[in-house]
Structures are given as structure tokens and as C-alpha cells.
Design a protein. Structure first.
Length: 575
């Protein structure tokens, strides 16, 4: 397509070019009205005006420096009040690019039209010179607001195509305004004028396809075809993933024949009917309906000659009825179900390499092995290797070396640790259990297992992320009975009887533990006088070692009772 060189617009000489431009952009018979934005020195306002009022007061608006919207609205200008989409707008700020800065506007305009022609884009309906840039406007046949998403996508492709001319992506908006022709751009002091006009309205679907193709994007028709005819997904491995029904039952038929060969081509009693029924079911999916009877009878005579003919004919009639019906009426046994019916074990399926006749455990094992191979191919780390690298906090190798945790990590970073200290120490179940019990006794929440409450799990997570946090528990407050016992021991008086305790109930001597019988105050005073007479000037007692205490002590079994400091404590006077 050949674009005309930019010339002065060939408009009707009896009508003002700006008025003709407005009537083409916003016809009077359309839905909604154009929105205007007036930026004055004192006041600024924005409102919608009908085209008649706008054209009748055009000189006033041109002097005020007015902006006009590309699309029409009901009420305040905004995407929510959009009534019609009337044009695609392209704002080029070429003065911001070094390649075009200082170039004549006519040269930039000619380069733009040539670029659009090479990309296969129809020439714009209007080309305006904004004073420092260019406006390119394509008039559209009115579109409803529901087409806003497609409109913005097409505008985005157009701006991507014209990015080398300084296309302002911030102007991709249905509520965008531009300078009204005939106004003055205060930034450059130049008038906004119409450079080229064709007054042609375009079909949006055709124009949008041109925009998408120019930006190397798929058109709407291509996207529709992709949705109708999606590309087949690549096969994800050798495992039978996504097999069709005939393919899966063909593999099951092969497994059944292999199983019969393992049994020595003689079906054991108890599975003969099941084997023939399953074999006939496979023929209904992957065989010809007219050959089902012949193949089932041949297999019955070869593998189960003692089976009654009536039972064989019943299996054949059932299979033929299923084959003549719809595919939804056919039996569609799973491989694990067939394995259970025939008593196939996981070891048998693994040894003989069955493809579909697999029990549940064997299928899970193959799936896990395939996933492990996939992770290994992607470079993932195995669980054993991960635990070997992340079990340092649980094993605590710094305790074996007799250093602190920070010292151990510092030496590890420096490479000064011995080789055996870098490897995690393997512990058996008994040692692990002992460690958990000790951790539980000292209040370590990390060793209590997965049955922790939400609060305990939060504390555990906090302890792991904050190693310096104190993990000791607050000591429990003593019970009332314990507090009374502590006060009684401190005062030396029995709080139950009110009588001072001159002697403890029991004491430990070199001859063993003895029990002290209670004394009256008179006996205590007499004993105190005897003890005073036996004292020397140095304050030590002259009582011979091993004196007879049989008058007030009696032997009792050995118990864990605190030792009394000296014999003088036994005769201390009442406080």
C-alpha cells in the first residue's frame, strides 16, 4: 500500500478544518458526547459537551487551551461511563529520542508513514502536529464498551510497532484526551494543526489484525484456530500416560497372554472364568466384533479345556453384546482391578515386566521411581544428601569437639574442622529416643513430634529461626502445702502444734540413720544443762566419742535425710 505524502488537508473551504475534524470524530447522531478538559490560568474544569455546542463555541475553546477526548462518554469522563469507542489514538513524543531530536516534523511524519506502510498498517485517518510531537488517529466504526479489552490490546500492539518514534505507552487509555486543533502548545509556542486527513472509518477487526501482525502477535482468527485445534502435548516418558482406550486394552491383552504363558499355558482353577472374561473384554475394545467368539473359543480350548462350553458361550454372548453397544456400555476395568481378580502380586508384575496389569503397590513404586529420575535429571538433591547437609543442628557436632556452636561454624567456614567432624553422626533409635526424652524434660518443644498445637509449632519455628532466644521455662509457683512446709522449716516451729522443734525427727550419724523421739520442754532444759557442763573453755564438747544416745534416739532404716551440722544444734534453746 502506498501512502500519500503529507500535505495540507483537502477539506471543504467553506467549513473550518477543526470543525470538520470534530464532526467526523464525534458525529451528532452517535451515543454519548465528547469530554472536554480546559486548563486555564485561574480555573480548570472537565465536562462532556455535545458536538453542536462544541462547534458553535469553537473559537472560545481554542483560545482557552482545550483538550478533547477520543471516545464518547455518558457523564464524567472515565472508563466506567464509556458509551462508544470511536478512534484509535497514537501519541508520538519523538523529541524525547536522540535519533529524532531536532529533526523537522515533516521528515519525522514521512518516516512514520513509510514505517506503517512497510508493516502493512493502513494510513491514519488524521495526522496532527501537536507542537512538539505527532498525533495519529484511526477513525473506527462505533464499538460498544464491551470491546474495551480488545481495543486496549490492539492499541498496545500499535504502540509496540511505533516504539522507535517515541510512542507514549502511558496514553493507552480509553479516556485519553489530546490537544484540540487550533490551540497553542504553551511548551513550544506552536499551533496544533491538522497535517493530513482522509476521513476514512475502518473496521476494527481488520485494523486490529493489522496492528497484531505488525507487532508479530497472533491475530484473533489465529487464536480461535489454536483454541479449536490445540497442539498435542508431548509424551512425558515411557510410562503409559494418556493412552487411549484401545491402546490400553491392547497392552492389557498382551499382559494376559504373558500371564497365561507364565502359568504354563494352563489356567489354574478359580481364575479360568475371570481370565476368559477379561480377555474377551479386551477384545471388545481393541478387536473386531465379528472375531470375538472365534478367539475366545480358541483360547478356552487351549488354556482351559475342562471348562464347560456353557460357561464359555455365556462369556462370548456378554462380550458380543458389549461390543455392539456404545463405548460407554463396555467394561473398562483398571489394571489394578484385573490384577486383583487374577491374583497378580507386585513381585510377579515387577519380575515379568507387565505394562498395565499392575497392583497398586507396583504402580506406586514405578511412579515414585519415575519421579525420582525426573528430579535427578533436573539436578535436585536426594533426601539422604539433604539430611546429611541439614542435620547439624540436631546432631550438634560441636559438643563432641568441646567447642561452642559459633566456633564450630567459624572453623567450618575456614576449613579447619577434621574430616570426621564434618560428617553427621549416625545415631540408633535408642539414642534418638533418649535425646527426645531429655529434650522433653527440659521443655524443648522441637522434640515433641507432629502432634503439637498451633502455638507450640509457632514457638518451635521461632526457636529455630532465633537460636539466641532463651528457651528455659519459668519455674512453677509452689503449691500452698509446699509454701507452708517452707515457712515451717525456716522458722523451726511446727505450725500445726505451735511447739518448737528442738530436734529434727531423724538425723544421720556415723552409725547410721536414727529417729529422734519427741521431748518435753523440761527434758530439753535438763539436757541443755548437761551439755553446758561438758563444754571446755575453747567451746568444744568433752563428751567422749560414741556417747550413749539410747535415751532419746532409736535406729531406723537408712533414708535420704539432710545431715545436721553439729551436735550443738541438737540442744539449741527455744526461740
Amino acid at each position: 500500500m502506498n501512502h500519500a505524502a503529507p500535505t495540507q488537508p483537502a477539506l471543504n473551504t467553506h467549513i473550518d478544518p477543526t470543525e470538520a475534524f470534530l464532526r467526523q470524530l464525534h458525529p451528532t447522531d452517535g451515543k454519548g458526547h465528547p469530554a472536554m478538559l480546559v486548563l486555564g490560568e485561574a480555573t480548570s474544569w472537565s465536562r462532556t459537551q455535545c458536538t453542536r455546542n462544541l462547534t458553535s463555541n469553537l473559537p472560545i475553546f481554542q483560545e482557552a487551551g482545550t483538550y478533547i477526548s477520543v471516545n464518547a462518554f455518558h457523564g464524567k469522563r472515565g472508563a466506567k461511563n464509556l458509551s462508544e469507542l470511536r478512534a484509535v489514538y497514537l501519541d508520538l513524543d519523538y523529541h524525547k529520542l536522540p535519533a529524532w531530536r531536532g529533526k523537522p516534523v515533516a521528515e519525522v511524519e514521512r518516516a512514520l508513514l513509510d514505517h506503517l506502510d512497510r508493516k502493512g498498517v493502513t494510513e491514519p485517518s488524521f495526522v496532527l502536529r501537536s507542537g512538539r510531537g505527532l498525533y495519529a488517529i484511526w477513525l473506527l466504526k462505533p464499538l460498544p464498551p464491551q470491546a474495551t479489552k480488545r481495543y486496549l490490546a490492539a492499541a498496545s500492539a500499535l504502540y509496540e510497532t511505533c516504539a522507535q518514534f517515541g510512542a507514549d505507552v502511558a496514553s493507552i487509555d480509553v479516556a485519553r484526551v489530546f490537544r484540540l486543533p487550533g490551540t497553542v502548545n504553551p511548551k513550544s509556542g506552536r499551533n496544533v494543526q491538522i497535517s493530513q486527513a482522509s476521513f476514512e472509518r475502518h473496521d476494527f477487526d481488520v485494523l486490529a489484525d493489522q496492528f497484531f501482525l505488525s507487532a508479530n502477535r497472533p491475530t484473533r482468527g489465529e487464536l480461535r484456530d489454536r483454541k479449536r485445534n490445540p497442539k498435542p502435548k508431548p509424551h512425558r516418558g515411557n510410562m503409559p500416560v494418556g493412552l487411549t482406550g484401545p491402546q490400553r486394552f491392547a497392552m492389557l491383552r498382551s499382559d494376559l497372554e504373558q500371564l497365561a504363558a507364565i502359568w504354563g499355558h494352563s489356567l489354574p482353577e478359580g481364575v479360568r472364568n475371570n481370565w476368559l472374561h477379561l480377555y474377551a473384554t479386551c477384545l471388545t475394545h481393541c478387536g473386531k466384533p465379528g472375531e470375538i467368539a472365534q478367539e475366545v473359543e480358541a483360547m478356552a480350548q487351549w488354556l482351559a479345556p475342562r471348562l464347560k462350553s456353557t460357561e464359555v458361550q455365556a462369556i462370548i454372548r456378554s462380550a458380543e453384546n458389549k461390543a455392539r453397544g456404545d463405548w460407554t456400555e463396555k467394561y473398562r476395568y483398571a489394571g489394578k482391578t484385573m490384577a486383583d481378580m487374577l491374583g497378580v502380586s507386585a513381585s510377579m508384575a515387577r519380575t515379568h515386566g507387565f505394562k498395565q496389569l499392575l497392583p497398586v503397590n507396583e504402580r506406586k513404586r514405578r511412579k515414585a521411581a519415575k519421579e525420582q529420575e525426573r528430579r535427578k535429571a533436573r539436578g535436585c538433591q536426594s533426601r539422604e544428601d539433604w539430611l546429611a547437609d541439614h542435620s547439624v543442628s540436631a546432631d550438634k557436632p560441636w559438643e563432641t569437639l568441646g567447642v561452642s556452636r559459633s566456633t564450630w561454624y567459624r572453623r567450618k567456614q575456614q576449613g579447619c574442622l577434621p574430616e570426621e567432624a564434618r560428617k553427621p553422626q549416625a545415631t540408633d533409635g535408642k539414642e534418638n529416643h533418649v535425646r527426645q526424652v531429655r529434650a522433653r524434660n527440659r521443655g524443648d518443644l522441637r522434640s515433641r513430634g507432629p502432634h503439637l498445637s498451633t502455638y507450640a509449632r509457632q514457638i518451635t519455628r521461632l526457636n529455630r529461626t532465633c537460636p539466641q532466644r532463651t528457651r528455659s521455662r519459668r519455674p512453677a509457683r509452689p503449691k500452698p502445702e509446699q509454701r507452708r512446709r517452707q515457712r515451717r522449716n525456716e522458722s523451726g516451729r511446727d505450725t500445726r502444734t505451735g511447739v518448737a522443734s528442738f530436734l529434727p525427727h531423724a538425723l544421720r550419724t556415723s552409725r547410721g540413720t536414727v529417729e529422734v523421739s519427741p521431748q518435753t520442754p523440761a527434758q530439753a532444759e535438763s539436757q541443755n544443762e548437761k551439755a553446758t557442763e561438758t563444754r571446755t573453755e575453747g567451746g568444744r564438747s568433752n563428751r567422749p566419742r560414741g556417747a550413749d544416745l539410747s535415751g532419746y534416739v532409736q535406729p531406723v532404716p537408712d533414708r535420704q535425710i539432710p545431715r545436721i551440722a553439729s551436735d550443738a544444734d541438737l540442744h539449741s534453746p527455744t526461740r
